[in-house]
Structure formats: C-alpha cells, structure tokens
Design a protein around this ligand. Structure first.
Ligand code: HMG
Ligand code: MG
Length: 298
C-alpha cells in the first residue's frame, strides 16, 4: 500500500529563503547548501534567477549557485521565470531548471506580472531552450488547491494548465498548495483527476503548511501511490506574492514521518537537523518545524 521509497526535493534555499526579509549573506547560504548536500538529499533547489527587485533575498543567485560544493549524488536546480533567468541558470551550470506559473489568473499576475495566456509562450521558449541545452525541466503549478485572491480554482482550469505545461516537454510537474489550504479529500479529488488525465506522467506535491495540514495531505498522496514531495528544512518559506503564505512542509518532519513508517528517504535525519542548527545560528532565530523544536530542547 505504501511506496517503499520516497523522493524528497529540498526547496529551502529557494522557497524557504525567498520570503525572509533580512538579507542573508551569500557565504551563509553556500555553507547551508553545502551542509544539505551531505545529508543524503538527492535534489536541492539552490536559488531562483528572477528579477532581484521582486525577490531581493535571492539577488545573489549567481554567486550562490557558482559557490556551492557539488556533491555528484545531488541534482542542483534553480527556479527561472523566462529566458533571462535561464541564462543565469545555464551560466551557473545548474543540473535542472524549474519553470513556474499559477492556475489562477490573479496570482499569476501578481507573481509574474503576466496573464496566464501571456505566460505560456514565455515558458514554452524557456523550456525549449533548456531542453536543447540538455537540461531536465521541472514545472511548478501554484494555487492548485486555492488562490489567495480567487479562492477555489476549478478542476477544469487545473487540468488545462497541467496539460499546457506537459505539452511543453517538462519532465515533472509539482502541484503547489501555495497558501496551505488543501485538505486530504481535496487532494484525493485533484490527484484522481491527474491520474485519469495524465497517465504515466510524473507529479510531485508541494505543500505549504500554513494550516498544519501538509503531512495529512502528503499521507493521502502517498496512499494513492505518489512518491515525490517538495519540502524545506525546518519549515522555512512562503511565496511573497501570496499574502499569509507560510513555510513549506518541513523536510525534517517529513523525513521523521516516512522513516517511522519504514519508507526509505535516503536522508540521514541527524545530519539534516545539524544543517538546520547551522542556519538557526546564522539567522539568530529558531526554525518552526516540530523536529527542530525537539532538537533544540535536547
Ligand atoms: P517584469 O517586470 O514583468 O519583467 O517581471 P520584464 O520582462 O518586463 O522586465 C522588467 C525588468 O526585469 C528588466 O530590467 C528585466 O531585465 C528584468 P530593467 O530593464 O527594468 O532593469 N528581468 C529580470 N531580471 C533578473 N532575472 C530575470 C529577469 N526577467 C526580467 N529572470 C518577472 C517579470 C517574471 C521577471 C518578475 O515578475 C519576477 O521576477 N517574478 C518572480 C516572482 C517570484 O520569484 N515569486 C516567487 C517564486 S514562485 C513561488 O514561490 C511558488 C512555488 O513555490 C510553488 C507554490 O508554492 O505554489 C514555486
Ligand atoms: Mg512554494
């Protein structure tokens, strides 16, 4: 009933940090990513190549992406919105790139300053060039389970945008609960539709834990055979263009749950918690996850 193995994609250095107001020095980011590289994680989203006016925290993307120590067992990825972003990701020799858009018109507009219709050609040319350059491409779809401006998004709309993204040639699509409004029953409904409409396609789930529902939602997806999840160490994160959005599900909480269930993640929890502790010391603040709280209390 449960998958034997689960693939965890660490998005803390990008999704986690992008919402942090206080600018973190590049060498701290590099040190943190280097420690993440030694935990057994097989995938790390290092940064994003977006307009630094929009996301000042990640203005040092090139420096960070070039400065990290590459572990050959890890895929290093970056988020890009367009060709200019791809240029940066290629210059930094990222292994994989991720493009992104929303299912809802208003979040798409607020986040990337374009209508959904105008976003398709931009992503299409970006994916095309990335593939030509031999890079794997991942897609992110935001507001799948609800939009901060429009509420619930119709299933038709979700399926239409999924279809458009797969047509571009992306290898995997990560379904985002941007503001943490999903519940397990809704997850079941969306994923049933994905299974029906996109047989054999690769999906990942990207839950923010704003309402404490992320692990419950992941459990539902696991039961349905999904085995790839995005998370951020310590529960850092949020989308600055989604008011009230809080952190991603915490990698350490997810690893704890899966390993206790006998599901292999390949990740060493003690090393993960040490990487969390490194960041806490540098940021002079505590990370919000349960496992970090246990670690801090010990
Ligand atoms: P725009 O202003 O419409 O862009 O922004 P433009 O094409 O009109 O260009 C305007 C300026 O931006 C120009 O500079 C460009 O060079 C520059 P200027 O001439 O004014 O000096 N520019 C760039 N600079 C650096 N890197 C680039 C780039 N592109 C253009 N790639 C744009 C459009 C998409 C660039 C902007 O809206 C943007 O950067 N948005 C990013 C927003 C963002 O990063 N949001 C968070 C990530 S998404 C997320 O968190 C959700 C996710 O986690 C899943 C989930 O939880 O749901 C993935
Ligand atoms: Mg996110």
């Amino acid at each position: 009933r449960w998958p034997e193995k689960v693939k965890i994609k660490e998005v803390g250095p990008r999704d986690g940090l992008q919402n942090e107001k206080k600018i973190i020095p590049s060498d701290t980011k590099i040190g943190w990513i280097d420690s993440l590289s030694e935990t057994g994680l097989s995938y790390i989203e290092v940064t994003s190549f977006v307009n630094p006016k929009w996301i000042p925290q990640l203005a040092d993307s090139l420096e960070v992406a070039k400065g990290i120590r590459r572990n050959p067992g890890v895929t290093y990825a970056a988020l890009v919105p367009n060709l200019k972003g791809l240029e940066g990701a290629l210059e930094a020799n990222m292994d994989e790139i991720a493009v992104f858009m929303s299912t809802s018109e208003s979040h798409n507009q607020k986040n990337i300053n374009k209508s959904i219709q105008d976003t398709y050609p931009v992503l299409h040319e970006t994916v095309k060039l990335a593939l030509q350059e031999g890079k794997k491409v991942r897609g992110y779809l935001s507001t799948v389970f609800g939009c901060p401006y429009e509420g619930r998004v119709s299933m038709d709309q979700v399926m239409t945008v999924c279809d458009r993204l797969f047509e571009m040639g992306i290898d995997e699509l990560s379904l985002g609960d941007t503001i943490g409004v999903a519940n397990p029953r809704q997850v079941e409904e969306v994923l049933e539709n994905c299974l029906k409409n996109f047989k054999g396609a690769n999906f990942a789930l990207h839950f923010h834990d704003t309402r404490g529902m992320a692990l419950a939602n992941i459990l539902k997806a696991l039961e349905m055979g999904f085995d790839t999840f995005d998370s951020a160490l310590g529960g850092l994160g949020g989308c600055p263009y989604a008011p009230g959005a809080s952190g991603n599900v915490a990698t350490d909480d997810l690893v704890h749950m899966l390993e206790k269930m006998g599901i292999d993640t390949g990740i060493e929890q003690d090393k993960l918690l040490k990487a969390g502790s490194f960041l806490q010391q540098k940021m002079h603040s505590r990370l919000p996850s349960h496992q970090m709280a246990v670690y801090n209390a010990a």
